[in-house]
Write a protein that binds this ligand. Structure first.
Ligand SMILES: Nc1nc2c(c(=O)[nH]1)N[C@H]1C(S)=C(S)[C@@H](COP(=O)(O)O)O[C@H]1N2
Ligand SMILES: [Mo]
Length: 258
């Protein structure tokens, strides 16, 4: 079965459920406003929800090279001390592999060279941290959408969990490990990339080397740095403290949309 057929079947299966509306946003079909309208009324959604839905596929604002911050702030973990990370860093990430698994048909393990060979996107965007600062930077990375098609999401997959190398908090039970999650609308959003370059240079350690998520319609904490694994899941109740992310487990909203 080809990737496209696969994904259609997957979308069809879900369109029956309540999740279908949002998930269908990544299908070509939905570029037609008529179809969006039909879907929304079929689901009995209010005008407000419909607007939110259409809005979610829109692009985040992009800027020009002149707007790039000279001193893009680094925040949270900036130099992970975790042994597995230190080991990879020492050897220039030559043994780094991004694992994509969970509810997928064909799990993948990708080197940085593999990732660089994937369809990419370069974008100049503004990063907004809830702590009240913003910085504009240029990011280049592998588009997540085509990678999701490559692994073939199973019908039950609804979220993507990004597991990171760094522990932001030292704990004995591992609950201080950073992680994040997004839904499939954001997974397939054209500006959602796994960035390996920042401002035309190899991604610096402080900003998440060798690979970090850019999910441009969201607040800073959703942009997982030091990504080691992407796991497709039906729900994230069993991960961390169950709220979908390190900061979500500590009180932030799961939906950090901007
Ligand atoms: N793995 C990991 N990802 C992370 C964090 C972190 O501490 N660890 N901090 C988050 C927060 S709150 C922000 S604002 C951004 C900071 O990204 P930057 O260091 O490139 O500015 O990364 C986000 N992703
Ligand atoms: Mo942040």
């Amino acid at each position: 079965m080809s990737d496209t057929t696969n994904r259609r079947g997957w979308l069809k299966g879900l369109a029956a459920g309540s999740a279908g509306l949002f998930l269908a946003a990544c299908d070509k079909l939905n570029e037609s406003p008529k179809v969006q309208k039909g879907l929304a009324s079929a689901q009995g959604l209010t005008m407000r929800a419909q607007r939110l839905f259409q809005n979610r596929t829109a692009l985040a604002q992009e800027f020009t090279p002149a707007d790039i911050a000279r001193d893009f702030r680094a925040n949270g973990s900036i130099s992970p001390a975790d042994p597995a990370y230190r080991q990879l860093l020492t050897t220039g990430f030559k043994d780094y592999r991004l694992v994509i698994d969970g509810l997928v048909e064909r799990p993948l393990s990708l080197s940085l060279a593999d990732l660089r060979a994937q369809p990419s996107r370069t974008q100049i965007t503004r990063h907004d941290c809830v702590e009240g600062w913003s910085s504009i930077g240029q990011w280049k990375g592998a588009r997540l959408g085509p990678l999701l098609d490559r692994v073939g999401l199973k019908r039950e997959a609804r979220y993507l969990v990004f597991h990171c190398f760094d522990s932001l908090e030292e704990t004995l039970d591992g609950s201080g490990q950073y992680y994040e999650s997004i839904d499939l609308v954001d997974g397939y959003h054209p500006q959602t990339i796994l960035a390996y370059e920042m401002n035309g240079q190899v991604l610096p350690v402080a900003h998440g080397a060798p690979l970090r998520l850019r999910v441009e319609r969201h607040l800073g904490y959703k942009h997982a740095k030091y990504v080691s694994r992407i796991e497709a899941v039906a729900d994230f109740a069993h991960i961390g403290q169950g709220k979908g992310g390190y900061w979500e487990d500590r009180g932030y909203e799961w939906y950090g949309g901007i």
